[in-house]
Design a protein around this ligand. Structure first.
Ligand SMILES: [Mn+2]
Length: 320
């Protein structure tokens, strides 16, 4: 493992030489994870490769992203890939159930845009300054196949959501040039935006209402947080696939610099999501073994919700 990137040409030649390829995204997949995996799968399929995608179940809203037929549901031990591509995973543990298969595979490529990534692949194509993993996938596959409407839709979905609707600072003129090329493929960009950014299912709406109702605005530092327990999820008939947008919404409040969502992941574990306007929350999450981006990070703590919040807040107090 080398702590550096491979050339684009090397990445392409490793892909070209492989025939049985497994592609995996991160646990609790978001549209960038799904879009980058499925776009890569559709592109490699066009090249005649055998390709299987490993992704956990996701919200039915994301069904608008084409290529779901490449998702493998079965015993992954039968796959025996000659190449494993990890997409949008900021750390090796984010591979979840496909981690062992990744470790067993001789050839691995890590494609990612998380600043916390420690270059855990044999080959790496990592750039924390780009909007999304999907943008990196575009840069690769534009060289190996024709981008059709389905591939374009999947890439667009990933770029759109991870850039916050072309709003985050990682949005570059290159991002918009790629988006422009994708629009030329006649994609349904309006519907993609509505489904992936605006629409909420009933369960999402219920848990959103619950979380916002419980939000606490601190007096001593510009931080607001909310918490969700097993009981809250049960009451709203929701799970962790339904909580997208909550921590971002809290950050919208005027004067708030950091927002936190803490939710019960298991009896002994609390998942913390952090969002910020200027503070480096990757630094905060890293201190507890997590990570992500400068303005969006996460970590799982082996503590109850109250103690987890206290740990994060005492760490944050040093930043103000
Ligand atoms: Mn991403």
């Amino acid at each position: 493992m080398e702590n550096k990137n491979s050339d684009l040409s090397k990445i392409i030649s490793v892909i070209e030489k492989s025939n049985n390829i497994v592609i995996a995204g991160h646990t609790n997949p978001d549209p960038d994870s799904i879009g980058s995996c499925l776009a890569m799968a559709m592109a490699l399929n066009k090249k005649g490769k055998k390709v299987n995608v490993l992704l956990e179940d996701f919200s039915r809203k994301f069904d608008i992203i084409p290529g779901k037929n490449f998702i493998f549901k079965g015993d992954i031990n039968i796959l025996k890939p000659d190449l494993f591509i990890s997409l949008d995973c900021g750390g090796i543990e984010r591979l979840g159930n496909s981690l062992d298969l990744f470790k067993e595979c001789e050839n691995t490529i890590v494609i990612d845009h998380h600043i916390s990534n420690n270059y855990f692949g044999k080959y790496n194509f990592i750039n924390p300054n780009v909007s999304s993993a999907s943008e990196l996938v575009y840069k690769i596959i534009v060289n190996i196949c024709d981008i059709d409407k389905d591939i374009a839709s999947a890439i667009y979905a990933g770029i759109l959501v991870d850039s916050g609707g072309f709003r985050h600072k990682t949005t570059s003129s290159e991002t918009l040039k790629i988006a422009s090329c994708l629009l030329e493929k006649d994609i349904d960009f309006s519907n993609i935006y509505n489904r992936l950014i605006k629409m909420k299912t009933y369960e999402e709406f219920s848990i959103f209402k619950k979380a916002i109702g419980k939000a606490i605005v601190l007096k001593d530092i510009p931080v607001a947080y909310t918490t969700l327990t097993f009981e809250d999820f049960k009451e709203c008939n929701a799970d962790n696939k339904d909580i997208g947008g909550i921590v971002e919404f809290i950050l919208n409040m005027e004067g708030i610099e950091v927002s936190i969502l803490a939710y019960q992941k298991s009896e002994s574990e609390t998942k913390i999501s952090l969002r910020s306007k200027n503070i480096d929350v990757n630094k905060i999450a890293s201190q507890f073994g997590g990570g992500g981006h400068i303005n969006a990070s996460g970590v799982t703590l082996r503590k109850n919700i109250e103690d987890s919040i206290e740990d994060i807040l005492s760490c944050l107090r040093k930043e103000f």
